[in-house]
Design a protein around this ligand. Structure first.
Ligand SMILES: [Zn+2]
Length: 392
């Protein structure tokens, strides 16, 4: 059996940059999630596979039928990676004439999952393999200690407003792609990280990143993470795309349960809501689990969410108008899935158009990303400065 290091001789000329997106080739990719390592095998035709675990040493084995090693490209450079929390190595071999065997050498026995995704847009047939990281016991103890501390030291009234910062897209879903090849997922994460660092310097606000790296989180999970952390506000950061490259400027959106405020807003929300299909969400599992949370809601909480989302969006729009043209002068409304928390005030910002070459150039600049992050922060601060906007 070959390990990936040896495979390099076969695949060297085939090795692609990590920016490559599949389509008409067989390609293996790896994404590091906070709780698992995800390997995606995209193939031009539908493949069947079998998977099983082996002990001493611990391994997870996937046999993919109808594929030869010469036909497989990979962006996975993981032969012996001490950094990965669970994988020791990945090995590939031609198991039988037409069967590729992928062996995952594990550091510990662990939970694994694999499932098939049907082709969607520019994604072909995909086999998704999730290898879960072992739970960190120390972290759990830490968490408990922190909770106890929080209980004894800070009375709940003095809690600082907590901002959930959501960088749109990630992992299998690059989002919009600019004319120079800029991927939306990278721009959104860069701005989100800058906003997080600015918020960290503020005495009166706290923040956290919903997505911390290059991996995909389903749209529903994003607001559920924010709800679980008891965030007071969800800010989802994006960079628009449109069919016409002339389209330009920033826009700020809130949820509309009914109709959208314009045809373009509706078009955009539909486009953004397709992210789960591109990003590789196991929708079947979602249905099985009954992923919809059971909320006990008062009308007041729901009405407050709508009102506060709108006020916050207006404040952010006002501050962004100081640094960029506005695409729309008013807060826009559409059915964005990521904004659908029934109680958490939520705002989606399309920072600028990646499909507009001049704006794409700006979005790539560190300086402009800081400017945008600062404008968003100023908007949040203005919103929070009104005591009637604080729910607690
Ligand atoms: Zn987007």
């Amino acid at each position: 059996m070959l390990d990936l290091f040896k495979l390099k001789f076969i695949a060297l000329s085939l090795l692609l940059s990590s920016n490559a997106i599949g389509g008409n080739e067989n390609i293996l990719r790896l994404f590091e999630h906070p709780d698992k390592t995800r390997i995606v095998l995209e193939t031009t035709t539908k493949k069947s596979y079998e998977s099983f675990s082996l002990k001493t040493p611990d391994r997870y084995v996937v046999n993919v039928k109808g594929l030869r090693i010469e036909e497989l490209k990979t962006t996975v450079k993981l032969s012996r990676n001490p950094v990965d929390p669970i994988l020791k190595a990945i090995r590939l071999a031609q198991h039988k004439k037409n069967v590729i065997r992928i062996v995952f050498d594990l550091k510990k026995p662990t939970k694994t999952k694999s499932f098939i995704l049907e082709p969607y847009k520019n994604k072909n047939h995909r086999l998704v393999i999730d290898i879960y990281h072992p739970p960190e016991k120390d972290n759990l103890t830490d968490k408990k200690n922190r909770q106890n501390e929080a209980k004894s030291k800070t009375p709940s009234k003095k809690r600082k407003p907590l901002i959930a910062i959501d960088a749109g897209h990630g992992g299998e879903d690059p989002g919009a792609i600019g004319t120079r090849g800029t991927q939306e997922k990278k721009i959104t994460l860069a701005i989100a990280k800058k906003l997080y660092s600015l918020i960290s310097k503020e005495a009166e606000i706290e923040g956290f990143l919903v997505r911390q790296g290059d991996y995909y989180i389903s749209l529903r999970k994003r607001y559920q993470i924010a709800e679980k952390r008891k965030a007071d506000l969800l800010i989802s950061i994006h960079a628009d795309a449109f069919m016409k490259s002339r389209a330009q400027g920033s826009s700020v959106y809130i949820l509309s349960q009914g109709g959208a405020s314009s045809a373009q807003a509706r078009w955009l929300a539909n486009k953004e809501n397709q992210a789960d299909l591109i990003g590789g969400v196991n929708l079947k599992e979602y249905e099985d689990k009954g992923a919809e949370l059971k909320y006990t809601l008062t009308d007041m909480a729901v009405t407050a969410k709508k009102m506060l989302s709108n006020r916050c969006a207006e404040d952010i729009l006002e501050k962004i108008s100081g640094i960029n043209k506005l695409h729309k002068k008013n807060v826009e409304k559409a059915g964005f899935m990521v904004l659908k928390s029934p109680t958490l005030p939520s705002v989606l910002i399309e920072t600028a158009f990646l499909t507009n070459p001049a704006e794409e150039k700006k979005l790539r600049q560190n300086k402009y990303q800081w400017k945008m992050a600062r404008a968003i922060l100023e908007g949040i601060k203005q919103y929070l400065s009104d005591p009637s906007n604080r729910l607690y």
